[in-house]
Ligand binder design. Structure first.
Ligand SMILES: [Zn+2]
Length: 354
């Protein structure tokens, strides 16, 4: 079954982890033997062959470079100019992969419809479709950069925040509202017809964005606060507000967001019972709360700076995403509902509502 994954950091893995994603996951892991510079070394879960095996035929592919403080081990730079240059490099890598036929950038509604048709008819010979999203807006020196990236590079979505204090918006681990530049960014996004990604916004900025922004919204990689109580997660009130805006929520596979009490240094996913059925509980929570699964999707984040030891225990690589289907069916979800969660809900948003 076709999978639409609403959140993969492919270019960050290529350029900051130095991973050649054309190779199988096993080869990338072997090539990292002994490296300890970054989290998740030797434990990557995403590469093009495994995406194809898992039928991940379309994904939201990020460009990501911030200059927030305190900084992170990856995606953190000391000036907007450095961050801007990094996103240019990331776009150049996507283009190189497109020129080789591995990826295909989708920038318009018709591209989405055509790509779905091509993938369903001839997946072997169809590149993986990518829609470009900017995760954290810090790399935009001014809003001219936003306009240029939309016009020249086919950017279609922006999440204004990431971690910590961003130049436009506070991240999920902060409190507070959008900066003045952040409010201008939201207005500009409306003008340009961009999609607003609310993932990583502080709670106050989340509500402020919903007020200010009139266009299409999604939450690309986000789970439920009712099940794991953390400000990074969506409260039931936020989930209902997103549904009112016809948004789709991509459920994230990062286990700390699926099961309470996860400790990044100590916890072992098998002991925690953190598997794909644990993730399915988050999908089910949203569906029960809203009385429909139409707002649920997948935003795996499986290459988001951690390894398979922080993935569900029955998932080794992204190819195993397909195992979620039978789990949902066992919970009573009909075939058409599972298809909606796997791809239909996000594709409808892009091909009809956007
Ligand atoms: Zn993220």
């Amino acid at each position: 079954m076709l999978v639409f994954d609403a959140h993969l950091d492919l270019s960050m893995n290529a350029l900051e982890y130095n991973r050649d994603l054309r190779l199988p996951v096993a080869a990338i892991r072997a090539g990292e033997a002994g490296l300890t510079d970054l989290r998740g070394r030797e434990k990557g879960a995403v590469a093009f062959p495994e995406m194809r095996r898992g039928e991940v035929g379309i994904c939201v592919a990020t460009i990501i470079a911030g200059c927030m403080k305190p900084s992170l081990p990856v995606v953190s730079w000391n000036s907007p100019e450095q961050a801007w240059a990094m996103t240019r490099a990331q776009l150049a890598w996507y283009q190189a992969m497109e020129e080789e036929g591995h990826l295909k950038r989708l920038t318009e509604r018709q591209d989405i419809i055509t790509h779905r048709h091509d993938w369903e008819n001839d997946p072997e010979n169809t590149p993986v479709g990518i829609v470009i999203s900017l995760e954290g807006a810090d790399s935009l020196r001014t809003l001219d950069d936003l306009e240029k990236t939309v016009e020249n590079d086919g950017l279609i979505a922006v999440g204004p925040a990431h971690f910590a204090a961003g130049r436009y918006a506070p991240g999920h681990n902060m409190s507070g509202r959008l900066t003045e530049a952040g409010r201008e960014l939201i207005r500009k996004m409306d003008e340009l017809g961009l999609i607003l990604d609310v993932t990583h916004l502080s709670e106050e900025a989340f509500w402020q964005c919903l007020d200010l922004f009139n266009g299409t919204i999604w939450a690309s990689h986000h789970n439920c606060r009712a099940l794991v109580d953390h400000p990074r997660q969506l409260s039931d009130g936020q989930i209902k507000a997103l549904a009112e805006r016809n948004a789709v929520i991509g459920l994230s596979f990062d286990v700390w967001m699926t099961v309470p009490g996860w400790n990044r240094e100590k916890s072992c996913r098998a002991d925690f019972g953190a598997d794909l059925s644990t993730l399915a509980q988050h999908i089910d929570h949203i569906a029960q709360l809203l009385g429909t699964s139409k707002h649920c999707g997948i935003g795996s984040d499986l290459d988001g700076g951690f390894g398979h030891d922080q993935c569900p225990s029955d998932l080794d690589t992204i190819a195993d995403v397909q195992k979620l289907g039978p789990i949902l069916q066992e919970k009573g979800y009909r075939q058409d509902e599972v298809e909606g969660i796997f791809h239909g809900n996000f594709l409808n948003l892009l091909s009809k509502n956007w």
